[in-house]
Design a protein around this ligand. Structure first.
Ligand code: HPA
Length: 270
């Protein structure tokens, strides 16, 4: 009998083979881009672009604002594989689909996993367009079933060493960098005012619909994780008017420049 785990690792191997056949050099770093952040990869020079649709077994994303391609490039002097677009639990995707890019990056030999996302700022001191270094996470949804040991310790999943480098990079580039806890919810709905109050009480600084399962998978495979959230809306009580996807995408487009600058400067310091 074929176990689902074998099916998934065979699919990851097939995807890896296609990328290497297309000329991808084994990456040192993998970066996953969140909603509206596809312009991150614009102007990266001698990039190798492979659409997800060309890659066997690669889950497809249907969410607007996600380009749907793997980009091999050099960023901050490091061989980098960028996943421009991700799939989410709320699209009905399986845990294997949501973590496929992580498994592929690990199989290709990447040692650093940079996860980015668009999220709502819960901390009243945050502003739209701020970047937030993720120090820890709350998995209000969790789907990384395919951990090698079955269960896994998550303390320290967001590398303190990488966070220190990112803080220095932000200071160098004069980028405002907040720091806090990310809560990953199932989505697809943005939070109600009551859910925002709950998230704040639970200690979250930002909330989004991705990231947590990817980071579980990455940490369990020994990748050093750097997480950066772009705060595309700050749904504070009183100011709350209901977040829209268009507002998230627009803020993502505006914030992508600072994000690429922060990530490349951080990678230069590795
Ligand atoms: N909530 C959840 N996900 C999000 C948000 C939000 O406010 N903004 C961008 N993604």
């Amino acid at each position: 009998m074929t176990h689902p785990r074998d099916t998934c690792s065979a699919a990851v191997s097939a995807a890896m083979k296609l990328l290497l056949d297309r000329g991808l050099e084994r990456p040192e770093v993998a970066v996953v881009l969140g909603s509206g952040l596809s312009s991150f990869v614009d102007g990266l020079g001698d990039a190798l672009v492979v659409p997800y649709t060309d890659i066997p077994g690669f889950p497809r994303t249907a969410v607007s604002g996600h380009r749907g391609a793997v980009v091999g490039c050099t960023l901050g002097g490091k061989r980098t594989l960028v996943f421009s677009g991700r799939v989410h639990h709320y699209e009905g995707c399986s845990p294997d689909d949501v973590t496929f890019s992580v498994l592929l990056a690990a199989e290709l030999g990447a040692g650093v996993f940079v996860v980015t996302n668009a999220s709502g700022g819960i901390d009243p001191g945050f502003d739209v367009g701020d970047l937030m270094l993720i120090s820890d996470q709350i998995a209000a949804v969790s789907g990384a079933r395919r951990l090698p040991q079955g269960t896994f310790r998550m303390a320290g999943a967001y590398s303190e060493r990488l966070r220190a480098l990112a803080r220095r990079a932000a200071a160098d580039r004069k980028i405002v960098l907040r720091e806090g806890v990310y809560m990953g919810s199932l989505g697809p709905t943005y939070e109600t005012p009551a859910e925002i109050r709950m998230a704040r009480l639970m200690g979250a600084s930002a909330v989004g619909m991705s990231t947590v399962s990817e980071v579980q998978a990455a940490h369990s495979r020994g990748l050093d994780v750097l997480g950066i959230a772009l705060l595309t809306n700050v749904p504070l009580p009183g100011r709350f008017h209901g977040t829209t996807h268009e507002e998230v995408l627009e803020a993502g487009r505006l914030g992508a420049g600072a994000l690429v600058s922060l990530v490349s400067n951080t990678l230069e310091r590795l």
